[in-house]
Design a binder for this molecule. Structure first.
Ligand code: GLC
Length: 435
């Protein structure tokens, strides 16, 4: 547990985390880790900004600014920004053909940035925070509007993803049913690069990859027309993770609108929040005791407990009966493993302790879950999640993700978002402040 990390060791880890952030800095933006992910990633940058806020506020703002520089004319903020071509990564800019400057992928990722903008704004009400938040505000507003209009075209109050990568949880079992129906017969030949660097058992499989590419080809072939993708794309699945992260980000955007005097935006944001509060409950799956993904093409819900179900608290969703059952599921899941929070239920047959989003614990998701738990008064659970996060990093290092059974670090090393989460939240230096 984090409590047992002595002050010298904690200070050493604080310094190491800061060094990792600096080493992954490519001048105004960070890469998630050298080689494996050589570009700027969307929610990684938002978490990086939270980490930078602990060491260099100016650099923290800059990370958000460079991310939003890549915004598309339709409001979308892409999940990968290709500032220069790098042969180590597949699929690179030639596959996506975004037609934008800088080139980028054609999907988005969970919009954590408005929440981080609010954090930065409130932490530093100085002469720079106000104009910088003001400059980011219309971009964040346009991005959130894109999600509400293009990823919830029927106004159901749940946000869909058009590719598993848009969820940030690439190979979660949540997408298995919908992905199994994706036709891969027209996939053009390609060569993966990730398995040159990381053992294949820790990465998505070849069949997964073929489907990822088939979905991208559809988007590219329709010129990345969001409405065509929503109506006819091969994959369109409502994601509790995205729905909850966006609901939380909308609340933070609303607080920013108030603070910045952006009155014209208030009604629109309030409308989004009301719609999500009314609709998000439709993702509740009573058999699973969790909020589950739902394939919007055939109405089928996934059947397992993913860690994003526990983000309902972070989203500020008030649904007492579901909350009690969701907390019971969290308690059961945590009892079944040594380290919080497994990305997928360790008691489900699809659990795979080392394969990416099918079991491993991810520090950034822990941070969001822990924050929601603390805000809603679940101090013991919040303490467990934060303590385990610190212990994982202290014992294994700043890995991309961790085995929730043994604590073994996996995937890439010296990872930006793990370092950032340490600096912003898991380091014992924060313990005096809150749970
Ligand atoms: C993987 C993760 C995604 C993350 C990216 C860069 O694709 O699934 O969530 O943003 O790596 O770290």
């Amino acid at each position: 547990m984090n409590m047992m990390i002595n002050p010298e060791r904690a200070a050493e880890l604080d310094a190491q985390a800061a060094q990792i952030m600096q080493a992954n800095d490519r001048g105004g933006f960070t890469v998630p880790t050298a080689r494996l992910y050589p570009y700027q990633w969307n929610w990684d940058s938002a978490f990086a900004a939270r980490g930078f806020a602990q060491i260099d506020k100016d650099r923290a703002w800059q990370e958000l600014e460079t991310l939003l520089e890549a915004q598309w004319p339709n409001g979308m903020v892409p999940h990968i920004i290709f500032r220069r071509d790098d042969p180590d990564y597949f699929p690179g800019p030639r596959i996506w053909q975004s037609g934008t400057t800088p080139p980028s992928s054609g999907y988005s990722q969970p919009p954590v940035a408005a929440t981080v903008t609010r954090d930065l704004f409130e932490a530093g009400p100085d002469e720079t925070a106000m104009p910088r938040a003001r400059a980011l505000f219309p971009k964040l507003l346009a991005w959130h509007r894109w999600f509400h209009e293009q990823r919830d075209p029927d106004g159901q109050g749940v946000i869909a993803i058009a590719h598993p990568w848009e969820s940030g949880r690439d190979n979660s079992p949540d997408w298995d049913e919908a992905m199994s129906r994706v036709d891969t017969s027209k996939v053009e030949p390609y060569e993966r690069r990730d398995t040159d660097q990381i053992h294949a058992e820790m990465r998505p499989t070849k069949a997964d990859y073929d489907r990822y590419i088939a979905v991208i080809q559809f988007g590219r072939d329709c010129g990345w027309d969001s409405m065509e993708i929503a109506r006819n794309g091969p994959f369109f699945v409502a994601d509790p993770g995205l729905t909850f992260v966006l609901l939380r980000a909308d609340r933070d955007l609303l607080a920013l609108a108030d603070a910045l005097g952006e009155r014209a935006a208030v009604g629109e944001i309030e409308g989004w929040i009301a719609r999500a509060e009314a609709g998000a409950g439709s993702l509740w799956n009573p058999e699973a005791g969790a909020y589950c993904a739902r394939d919007l093409r055939n109405g089928l819900a996934s059947d397992g407990v993913s860690s994003v179900s526990f983000l309902s608290l972070y989203a500020g969703l008030k649904a007492p009966a579901q909350e009690t059952a969701n907390i019971a599921s969290l308690t059961r899941v945590l009892a079944a493993c040594r380290f919080a929070v497994p990305s997928f239920d360790p008691e489900h047959p699809k659990f795979d302790s080392l394969r990416y989003w099918r079991g491993p614990a991810w520090c950034v998701v822990n941070e969001l879950i822990g924050r929601g738990l603390a805000e809603r008064g679940y101090g013991d659970l919040a303490g467990r999640v934060r303590g385990d996060t610190g212990a994982l990093i202290e014992q294994a290092g700043f890995y991309e993700y961790f085995c929730p059974l043994t604590g073994r670090g996996a995937g890439g090393g010296d990872f930006t978002w793990t370092a950032a989460t340490w600096l912003a939240w898991a380091s014992p230096k924060h313990f005096a402040a809150s749970a």
